[in-house]
Design a protein around this ligand. Structure first.
Ligand code: KIV
Ligand code: NA
Length: 273
């Protein structure tokens, strides 16, 4: 398995880091089999697998539940798990407690938190031995304030984001995700710090890329943001397969002989009657 240190080395060697979300055992197995460097158990699971409108409804227990399944499916892959909405905002004590619980119970390699206000407890987590990943730019837990749109589009906001990344690095964060920001800003950010910068909707110059499993494979998603590329079509494969199953049950061509236990246990009864 890749270590946090390997991620730095990959950045130094200009080897792009791949990250894909996964939320359960089969998606994690696929991600590991396909050779992704890192898996993110994103709170996007609220939308992709639980059908919520946003990530706001996702709980700490949800994250632990899904992350444990991912760990079982991808025992040899570096796994990052999201801290959900509200689990690190009430107080420093609660944030630290929740992060430690998530790290310990999920078996993930690092925990991810959105925004800047996380600065005050990162050193506590780092001191406790918990690798922390930041997430700046579009932070979906704040969608009620920001909307789902590009962030840091002015020079002032861009400089603020740049500074925030440097602060996160100084505090001991091991990696930062930047979402939906201009490509030239993402490039500057990636050059400025030694920790890997993973982009989503941030152009090609970041140290790596992350996408959502269900977006990549077109699986139950209603729309794709500008920055998504679809590499497969699970919806079509799945619906066509299910249609065929329904048809064969209706016309009694399933189950056929090959899928039937043909041992005759009532044959004697019938002969005797
Ligand atoms: O939850 C998630 O999937 C994420 C990625 C989009 C970075 O946070
Ligand atoms: Na997330």
């Amino acid at each position: 398995m890749i270590t946090t240190h390997d991620l730095y080395t990959m950045k130094q060697n200009k080897e792009k880091i791949t990250m894909l979300t996964a939320y359960d055992y089969p998606s994690a197995k696929q991600a590991e089999a396909a050779g992704v460097d890192t898996i993110l158990v994103g709170d996007s699971l609220g939308m992709t697998v639980l059908g919520y409108q946003s990530t706001v409804e996702v709980t700490l227990d949800d994250m632990i539940h899904h992350a444990k399944a991912v760990r079982r499916g991808a025992p040899d892959t570096y796994v990052v798990v999201d801290m959900p909405f509200g689990s690190y905002h009430v107080s420093r004590e609660e944030a630290v407690q929740n992060a430690i619980r998530l790290y310990q119970e999920s078996g993930a390699n690092a925990v991810k938190l959105e925004g800047r206000h996380i600065e005050e407890f990162i050193p506590v987590l780092v001191a406790a031995g918990v690798p922390v990943v930041g997430h700046l730019g579009l932070t979906p837990q704040s969608v009620g304030i920001t909307g789902f749109k590009m962030q840091a589009g002015t020079k002032e906001d861009a400089l603020e984001l740049l500074e925030a990344v440097e602060v996160l690095e100084a505090l001991g964060a091991v990696m930062v995700i930047v979402e939906a920001i201009p490509s030239d800003l993402a490039e500057k950010v990636s050059e400025k710090v030694d920790i890997p910068i993973i982009g989503i909707g941030a152009g090609v110059y970041t140290d790596g890329q992350v996408l959502v499993y269900h977006d990549v494979l077109k699986y139950g998603t209603d729309f794709a943001p500008k920055f998504v590329k679809q590499y497969g079509d699970f919806d079509t494969v799945g619906i066509e397969g299910i249609k065929q199953y329904v048809k064969e049950v209706k016309d009694a061509s399933f189950p056929s002989d090959e899928t039937t236990y043909k041992k005759k246990v009532f044959i004697d009864d019938e002969n005797n009657s």
